[in-house]
Design a protein. Structure first.
Length: 256
């Protein structure tokens, strides 16, 4: 069991480094399907595993490649702290099956927006000029993204990257890789602490499991960012969308 948690952490770390999602996207479904944890226990374990700066090696890699603006990441982190508390408070009051179905719907929506299917039918397929990932953005917009991401993180045990990355791409015209890098940097602060405390108070937290997973994430995140930096942005978005669809189908059928 302990070795399994470490392996899960490595896998979650690779995906975290690749997509800036915090790793919860693979941790929560795996903890439910493989380790038999209830969804709220899985949420708590996932969030607790991400409290320490387990992706810091990946952040350094992204920063050296010029993909991270520290100021923008810090404002998002502030919003995450606020939102995660309210998300966790809602999660402990809602039925697990309803949570899972809402999560699946959200994943389907984001995945299809990343695939941008209508673009295949457009006559003018001239690519847009690349965005500048280092520019300064409106701080209230960044905080709002953080709050929304925090609510989702508290509800579903995800690090919030599932909201941050698409929001940075759609609303702030970020390159997908730069958005993932910004998200990963924002998640290095203990932004999920309020929601972890709520889950702990309700008896859903196992610190040993979270610690073992966190150890695996450190290594995995470094590997994931190395892969992401080398991957073309267009391919990056398609791989991300495919990953979201797989998780969405799993959650939809698991709680059908």
């Amino acid at each position: 069991m302990e070795i399994g948690f470490i392996i899960l952490g490595i896998a979650a770390g690779i995906l975290s480094g690749l997509f800036g999602i915090g790793g919860g996207m693979v941790m929560v479904p795996s903890l439910i399907a493989i380790f038999g944890l209830p969804i709220l226990d899985a949420n708590a374990t996932s969030l607790a595993a991400m409290l320490l700066p387990v992706g810091i090696l990946g952040v350094i890699t992204y920063y050296k490649a010029g993909y991270i603006n520290i100021r923008n990441s810090l404002w998002i982190s502030g919003g995450l702290v606020i939102g995660s508390y309210f998300g966790a408070e809602c999660a402990v009051l809602v039925k697990e099956s309803i949570l899972a179905k809402c999560y699946a719907v959200l994943l389907f929506y984001i995945a299809f927006s990343y695939l941008d299917i209508p673009a295949y039918f457009k006559k003018d397929k001239t690519p847009l000029p690349p965005s500048n990932p280092a520019r300064h953005l409106n701080l209230w917009g960044l905080i709002a993204v953080g709050i929304a991401a925090g609510i989702i993180a508290g509800l579903f045990g995800k690090g919030g990257g599932i909201i941050i990355v698409p929001a940075m791409v759609k609303f702030f015209k970020y390159d997908a890789k730069a958005a993932a890098a910004t998200s990963l940097a924002a998640l290095q602060l203990p932004v999920g602490l309020p929601s972890v405390l709520v889950y702990a108070e309700n008896g859903h937290l196992n610190l040993l499991s979270a610690g073992l997973i966190a150890g695996g994430i450190v290594f995995g995140a470094f590997v994931g960012t190395k892969l992401a930096v080398k991957m073309p942005s267009k391919m990056f978005k398609k791989v991300y969308a495919a990953f979201l669809l797989l998780v969405a189908f799993y959650m939809a059928f698991k709680y059908a």
